[in-house]
Design a binder for this molecule. Structure first.
Ligand SMILES: Nc1ncnc2c1ncn2[C@@H]1O[C@H](COP(=O)(O)OP(=O)(O)OP(=O)(O)O)[C@@H](O)[C@H]1O
Ligand SMILES: [Mg+2]
Length: 282
């Protein structure tokens, strides 16, 4: 069942077309990644889908409801975690969540229970009365994440949720995000420029470049499209890459390499390079 249908979205800032004819659907329970380099149009897409930016043209439907005709009803279905955390540092975790409960008109008699439940879900219950300014970066990010869940949205937008976190904290965020998708049956659209994040988390990935989705599919499907293994040969200052279906065929070609070389598994970065000639994280 479709929770979101976005069709032919276009948004320009002056002469720059940030999002150029983007269409996709999200079904109940989907975990979709919007993967692309800096400036590709990820945040602008999310901003249009959440009403933070007005599209120049295109249509957005939530559960069959036109976003334009009933934005309030649609916004009830949406949770958003913006690229820059915006929790109030001087309030405690509990107070931040309480503000959100008021904002989303959660009934007074349910607020305390819902807030405690969600703090527990994210492993933050013991810090609930601490001011956010005493939190680590990872804790702050967890709080921003659960704050967006308090009104039980059907679809959650995560804009670069782990940017700037160290690898260990990033992994614990991944666990929490997967738990939200699985246990709360919340559909997720996550933007990232981390290849590994998209590969690990997303059932389907849409690769965006210059405001256009250039390819989409499951990480496996996308990788299969170019082969499973890469033979890299270091020639002068450049790396020559050849793609193979199996490790055996790659190994067979290894014999012909005169320079130093290595065999590795294909990644979504290779898919991006093949399509654009550039790296995602250049
Ligand atoms: N408010 C704005 N005014 C002018 N140009 C903008 C504005 N917001 C975005 N842009 C431009 O639109 C393009 C897409 O930006 P967007 O923020 O959507 O990219 P992104 O994929 O989220 O990038 P990042 O990975 O850096 O967050 C960029 O060229 C950016 O400079
Ligand atoms: Mg962005």
């Amino acid at each position: 069942m479709e929770i979101l249908t976005a069709s032919k979205l276009i948004k320009s800032y002056g002469k720059k077309t940030a999002v150029n004819d983007v269409s996709f659907t999200i079904n109940v329970g989907d975990f979709i990644g919007l993967l692309g380099p800096n400036g590709a149009g990820k945040t602008t897409t999310i901003k249009m889908l959440t009403g933070l930016a007005k599209e120049d043209s295109g249509k957005i439907f939530y559960n069959g409801i036109n976003f334009k005709s009933d934005p309030i009803e649609c916004k009830r279905l949406i949770g958003i975690v913006p690229q820059n955390s915006n929790v109030d540092r001087d309030l405690t975790a509990y107070e931040n969540l309480y503000m959100q409960a008021i904002l989303y008109s959660i009934p007074v008699n349910e607020r305390k229970k819902k807030i405690n439940e969600i703090l527990d879900f994210a492993g933050l219950i013991e810090y609930k009365d601490k001011q956010v300014k005493t939190f680590s970066g990872g804790m702050k990010r967890r709080l921003t994440l659960i704050r967006a869940l308090l009104h039980q949205p059907k679809i959650l937008y995560l804009d670069e949720p782990t940017v700037g976190l160290d690898p260990q904290i990033r992994r614990s965020m991944w666990e929490l995000i997967l738990k939200i998708n699985q246990q709360k049956s919340t559909s997720i659209l996550l933007t990232t420029h981390y290849i590994e994040e998209a590969e690990r988390l997303c059932g389907k990935v849409m690769i965006i470049n210059n405001g256009k989705i250039i390819i989409e599919g499951s990480p496996d499907e996308l990788k299969k499209g170019i082969g499973h293994f890469v033979l890299e040969e270091f020639v002068d200052d450049a790396i020559k890459e050849d793609f193979f279906e199996t490790k055996e065929t790659a190994l067979n070609h290894l014999k012909d390499c005169v320079n130093s070389c290595k065999i590795r598994e294909v990644s979504l970065e290779d898919v991006f390079i093949k399509l654009t000639g550039k790296r995602i994280n250049a």
